[in-house]
Write a protein that binds this ligand. Sequence first.
Ligand code: ATP
Ligand code: MG
Length: 550
Amino acid sequence: MTENNKPKNFIRQIIEDDLATGKHSRIHTRFPPEPNGYLHIGHAKSIVLNFGVAQDYDGQCNLRFDDTNPHKEDEEYVEAIKEDVRWLGYQWAGLYFASDYFEQLYQFAEELIERGKAYVCELSADEVREYRGTLTEPGRESPWRDRSVEENLDLFRRMRRGEFEDGSRTLRAKIDMASPNMNMRDPALYRIRRGVVHHQTGDEWCIYPMYDFTHPISDALEGITHSLCTLEFEDHRPLYDWVLDNISAPCHPRQIEFARLNLEYTVMSKRKLTQLVDEKHVAGWDDPRMPTIAGLRRRGYTPASIRDFCSRIGVTKSDGTVEMSVLEAAIREDLDRSAPRRMAVLDPLRVVITNYPEHEEETLSGPNHPKDESMGSRALKFSRELWIERADFREEANKKYKRLILGGEVRLRNAYTIICQKVVKDVSGEIKELHCTYDPNTLGRNPEGRKVRGVIHWVSALAAVPAEVRLYDRLFTVSAPDGDKDRPFQEFLNPDSLKVVQAMLEPALAEAQPGDRFQFEREGYFCRDIVSKDLVFNRVVTLRDSWGGG
Ligand code: ATP
Ligand code: MG
């Protein structure tokens, strides 16, 4: 990226200043997911920021699994997260697990104890809560706060050896129970979790460090210069700094907070996304309706469109909710430029061209892209029987209806014009097929002295390839499906978020490979499903914004 089109935001400004003043000679960031779920589009914002900054300032970015919460984490998530980061187009400098640092973290905890800055507390969880005070009242000091260094060291070592029950003791920082910042009221640094098997360290440990202790030290051990996190950690920054100020840390990274991404008509918390999967409201983490990276990939989003989306929304310090149309505009723009054009009939109605010879078939050609000749063209088959969209025909309609009516004439895209002569119905009155005539002199030129109503797409019934097409709509019916006690968020799920149709495709689409993307003319952008063995297409996005401004 050249100097001029680098995105500008307050974080990049801080980094440029730090480089200019010589505070740092190189930039090092990290992306620190907890492996307790798949990554979502909110994580993409953080990835694009952390890796993007490193890329643009010739720095480095680590991928670090923040795995201090063993009971919710899993190796499956570790692998999925690596795949997603790579797919987004980034390569980490170092791959780390916070659990790699368990021994060092333990030594730093002993250092805090030796400095009189931490103590083993025997209050129960309920008592700790009661002693903590409230936003308006100071807390009370734990009766265990003034133990000697020797006693604390002994107890902490016995915690490590597994001598105490879960919940019976914690290691707490000794800071200030009257601090207006609740995070500074002697926060827990270690808790006991006996009998859980950690996905990286097995049963080696029965005490686990808390996030607020682990994170600053992990950052410091990796030589991180700028530790970028979301706004909810702003109140934790004093604790981040306290930890590093009170141990012999190799360096002191700067924590900077930015706003989380919220998207309309979806949920972004991993807890809720896990529920959607576990309760089978969706087909899995990669269901194309999910806001996960895996879901967006399967839906047909490109890595470039997601990076573009992230630069469109920018990085700020104030929370807000982004309209779904912003995400869709990014993929639409990408695919408008890059996706070959094809014809697919999603709701087929048979057309018989009565003046076209039976059993004959001719080969026509259609450009792959109307604005890009270099993309070439593909062969189209024309024959006596065709499929058109049921919605492209009405027995009668006024001039505004630019499609086929009885007695009216339309152009078949890349082919001839046809006039509808007769409507054939079944006993129930439903239209079974149309009898039309074509004008053989209208290939590539207008009929003489007549004006056609419009252009519709079609597929030769002889050559058509049947396929399943999945049409997606918003996953929730309301823009902010937060839910509460009385109405859990699942109640806002859109029952019509997936519609499956049997479509007829032009023959060139039989060769589509999993992941190939196309514009189905007049219908939208579609991607061949990457999971199904059959010929299945997912609608990535419609041609025009259908969200009506939210
Ligand atoms: P959740 O609350 O859904 O579990 P999390 O914040 O706990 O999400 P992590 O795996 O801890 O998820 O997140 C890894 C990184 O991604 C963190 O730095 C976090 O701040 C960032 N991140 C997570 N969600 C968003 C979001 N919606 N927008 C921007 N960044 C996010
Ligand atoms: Mg987290």
